[in-house]
Design a protein around this ligand. Structure first.
Ligand SMILES: *Cc1c(COP(=O)(O)O)cnc(C)c1O
Length: 362
């Protein structure tokens, strides 16, 4: 393939599976009447209330209008470019389903990276092409462009990347956006922990760009399961068409409405996490059993140890749970450690020091 001559001719209608394009969505009761007052005898709900103290007897807003109204100025993006899902997992699944015909179409992933892109493709029997990141965890743009086939529908890019923690060079992402006729999804789950600007601001410029963010990390709302997907209004309409009608539950919507009023608290927690990240990084770097602490733009550290497996087992024995990534491509001997509170980080360091002394004594 001659890379220089490639030009973007993105057309959403060519990327979507034909039956999705022509699909008539389920029309829920709350689709057909969107007013707030009246006697609601349209959805077979319980008119008396709930068995719980708080009432949940009414179906939630299928399109989460109130939340999007609040979120739009926060993200500086139009409501028609926002989709909310049951965690980021849901838009990952819906994007795969909307574009990839099982057994026929391809997605591309850039390992080492987040596992859900591959799982989602596998669930749908979609063919997975893997193009390794470079040794310094950046995108091998030339290799990516050469691996694109006419059947490639999605390229998944995670930035800051999980589990490596680094941001992908923007020139690399730009080149792929401009050269590839399919969707380029940039997963920004960790965007709040870096100074690097979001790709959201480029959605106008690139109709094939999709940006994922989440409430699970910086906002501290992993338990309510809400992920954000930002894309062209055309693609957002498709996602709305194929999602389960009430994909964000009423308790989740209530918690989120409250949470969106708590930006100051979110920002304070981010500042605290960044401070702790520096602390933890310094403490780990000083340990002789640590080979390398990888630079990070996320709320975790990828740390290479001499004896990762033994240290992992030791930490579990100490009831400190980290993520073993030691058998992951390009992550030899690495554990992924989430930044905790000062107390938690100190407990981790103390345990590692104890392990270190034990192995010196042995
Ligand atoms: C944590 C994480 C998410 C968030 O997933 P949710 O389903 O929204 O909780 C998304 N992408 C990556 C890369 C992550 O690490």
């Amino acid at each position: 393939m001659n890379i220089c001559s490639m030009k973007n001719t993105f057309d959403l209608n060519k990327i979507l599976r034909p039956h999705i394009l022509s699909l008539a969505p389920y029309s829920s009761a709350r689709d057909e009447y969107t007013g707030h007052s009246g006697i609601f005898l349209d959805a077979n709900e319980n008119p008396y209330g709930s068995v719980t103290e708080e009432n949940y007897n009414r179906y939630p807003d299928p399109y989460q209008a109130e939340i999007k109204h609040k979120l739009s100025p926060i993200k500086n993006i139009g409501i028609d470019r926002i989709f909310l899902g049951n965690g980021s997992d849901e838009p990952i699944d819906l994007l795969t389903r909307a574009t990839c015909t099982p057994g026929q179409d391809h997605v591309m992933i850039l390992p080492p990276t987040y596992g859900m892109y591959e799982v989602s493709a596998s669930i749908h029997d979609v063919i997975i092409d893997k193009v390794s990141l470079t040794a310094d965890y950046q995108i091998d743009v030339e290799a990516v462009l050469h691996a694109i086939t006419p059947k490639t529908k999605i390229i998944w890019i995670c930035s800051p990347n999980n589990p490596t923690g680094n941001v992908m060079q923007s020139e690399a992402i730009r080149t792929i956006l401009e050269s590839f006729d399919g969707l380029v999804v940039v997963d920004e789950a960790y965007i709040d922990f870096t100074d690097t600007p979001s790709w959201i601001q480029h959605l106008d410029q690139y109709p094939n760009l999709v940006v994922l963010q989440t409430f699970s990390k910086a906002w501290g709302l992993a338990g309510i399961r809400v992920g954000m997907c930002f894309a062209s209004p055309e693609l957002i309409r498709i996602l709305n068409k194929i999602k389960p009608p009430y994909n964000i539950s009423l308790p989740a919507q209530r918690a989120l409405l409250e949470g969106l009023g708590g930006i100051d608290k979110k920002d304070k927690m981010i500042a605290e996490i960044l401070k702790e990240r520096t602390f933890l990084c310094n403490m780990l770097t000083d340990l002789s059993l640590v080979i390398k602490v990888h630079a990070t733009d996320a709320n975790f550290l990828l740390v290479q140890f001499d004896e990762a497996k033994a240290i992992m087992d030791y930490l579990i024995h100490e009831e400190i749970i980290v993520r073993d990534r030691s058998r992951v491509h390009l992550c030899d001997g690495c554990l992924r450690i989430t930044v905790g509170t000062r107390e938690e980080n100190e407990a981790l360091i103390e345990s590692l020091k104890k392990y270190q002394q034990k192995s010196v004594a042995a």
